[in-house]
Structures are given as C-alpha cells and as structure tokens.
Design a protein around this ligand. Structure first.
Ligand SMILES: O=C(O)CCC(=O)C(=O)O
Length: 286
C-alpha cells in the first residue's frame, strides 16, 4: 500500500517540500515526546553541554541561560544512538515509508538530531540549504522534519522557499569564513518568498536537500520540538564526513543494498568562480 498520492509526489517534485499529517502513530509520538521530556529533566543536572556522540562531541547542547530551574535543552545529537523509540521511528514509521516513496525504493539512513526551541528561545536557524553540509554523489537526499509539538506561526516554525531546490547551490562561505548561511542578498530574497510550515504534532515536513530554508526565534509560550532525520537514496555516496556521526549511519532502511554509485554533475559554486544566474534572478525573469 502506498501512502503518498501522485498529487503529493508531484507537489514534492515541483515545490521541493511536502507536508504530511500523522507521519507516526499516536504511540510512537507519545514515546518520542516522553523520552524528550526525560532528557529535559536530566539536563537540569548540567551547566554546560554534556554527553558524548561516537566522535566525542557533546550529545546534549544547552541554550545560554540554561539552569536547573529553567532548563533550556536545545539540541540532542544522534538520538537514535541512545533511544530505541527514536531508532524505531527512523527505521519503521510512515515517515520512513514516505521517504522511500519519494526517493526509493532503496533508502539509507544518514543522521538525525532533535532541535528544540523552548518558549522565548532566541535560537534562529539562518537561511541555508542542507546539501553543502552533506554533499553526496547525487542529490537524492531528504531531510524529514517531524513535529513533536504543534508548530504554529509563532513558535519558531520552519520556513522554506518553494521551488528553490531547482536553483543553484548557494555559497555558505563569506570573506573566507564558513558561516553556514547564505549571504544577505539571498537571505532578503528568501524572506520575500518564504512559506511557513505549520502543523499538528505528528506532522512531517519532507524537504529536498537543496531547498532553501531557515527558521525564526520562538516568541510564543509554546515549545517547538522537531526530530530532524536525513535519509539518502542508497546509490548516493557521501563526499564528506557525517556532520552528526552516529552508530547507524549507512543502514539500509528500505529496499536493498545494490552497491551502485550514481553521480550527478553539480555546479557547486566555489568562492573564486563566477556565479550563474541565481534562482531568484531566474524567477524575476519568468
Ligand atoms: O530547527 C529548525 O527550525 C530547522 C533546522 C535546520 O534547518 C537544520 O538543522 O538544518
């Protein structure tokens, strides 16, 4: 049985993202939420980032101002390494099925993290594309953002630029420094073309790896917690180390290991190379 309709697949192809309701069961959602509450409780015992991922980096990251009384856990790296509930949802949920229907049949796990924006959290995610963080031999990669809380216009929702996955890959280096964000001119264009992704807890935003996206601070009284999971087609081979190394990277979660490598030539702009007409320039001309 398929989950996505042909119309939904066409929307993903043309917009570069797709919102899907009820991407996990109620039990799965409850288990993910309960586990996260447990991690927040645990964070009360710490004053700085703690825990260890497979490469020795901190697993739990804290917002400035975090305290035992006002815990502000903002990131859990590789939750699938330490929670069977998170691992099972990554491997075996409607979310996994949706990804397989879009870039399958053979799908590989890359990494995951939980991003939390507590009420009043200043955390901003600047506009960027994911592909430069996880370059592969082809761009059949999906970032699946599962809402663990209701996401509204006010609690720091994800924002995307529809169709931008068909444009260029923007430089994240400025004046010789890697900023992780596109430049001010592109940011301005993103804000002018942004669409906000809201939904009930359990909803999923499936995002193409080249899609321009960002998110604003949480100015509301409601938390905003996202489980972010990156999957690739099995024949997409990583060209750089995993930014969130984990025990399960490379596991085939749907289909089979064909061992094939498929590559696509990319025009990833280098700082010294002239840039081609941007997505926005092309939009203006259309
Ligand atoms: O937490 C968010 O709102 C988005 C996170 C994101 O874009 C990322 O981690 O690449």
């Amino acid at each position: 049985m398929t989950i996505l309709t042909n119309e939904q697949k066409a929307i993903f192809d043309s917009n570069g993202y797709l919102l899907v309701d009820n991407a996990v069961t109620d039990d799965q959602l409850a288990a993910l939420r309960t586990q996260f509450v447990g991690w927040v409780e645990e964070s009360r015992d710490h004053l700085e980032a703690y825990g260890e991922t497979v490469d020795g980096r901190a697993r739990f990251d804290l917002e400035p101002g975090h305290s035992a009384d006002m815990p502000a856990l903002r990131r859990v790296n590789a939750p699938t390494d330490i929670s069977d509930d998170y691992y099972q949802v990554m491997r075996n949920s409607r979310m996994t099925d949706c990804v397989a229907e879009l870039i399958g049949p053979n799908i590989k796990y890359h990494h995951s993290k939980v991003n939390s924006k507590l009420p009043g959290a200043a955390t901003v995610v600047k506009w960027h594309q994911d592909f430069p963080f996880t370059p592969h031999s082809n761009d059949d990669l999906i970032t699946a953002l599962l809402m663990l809380d209701d996401v509204t216009e006010d609690n720091g929702p994800l924002q995307v630029v529809p169709g931008s996955h068909k444009g260029e890959i923007y430089d994240l280096w400025h004046d010789g420094v890697f900023t992780g964000a596109v430049d001010d001119r592109v940011t301005k264009n993103c804000l002018a073309n942004a669409v906000t992704c809201t939904g009930r807890a359990g909803s999923l935003c499936l995002m193409h790896t080249r899609l321009l996206h960002g998110s604003a601070p949480n100015l509301s009284q409601q938390p905003r917690t996202l489980l972010i999971t990156v999957y690739s087609a099995e024949d997409a081979v990583p060209c750089s180390p995993n930014p969130v190394p984990n025990r399960h990277q490379g596991e085939i979660v749907r289909g089979v290991a064909s061992g094939h490598i498929r590559s696509t030539p990319f025009d990833i702009p280098m700082p010294q190379m002239p840039k081609s007409a941007s997505f926005f320039d092309q939009q203006a001309k259309a």
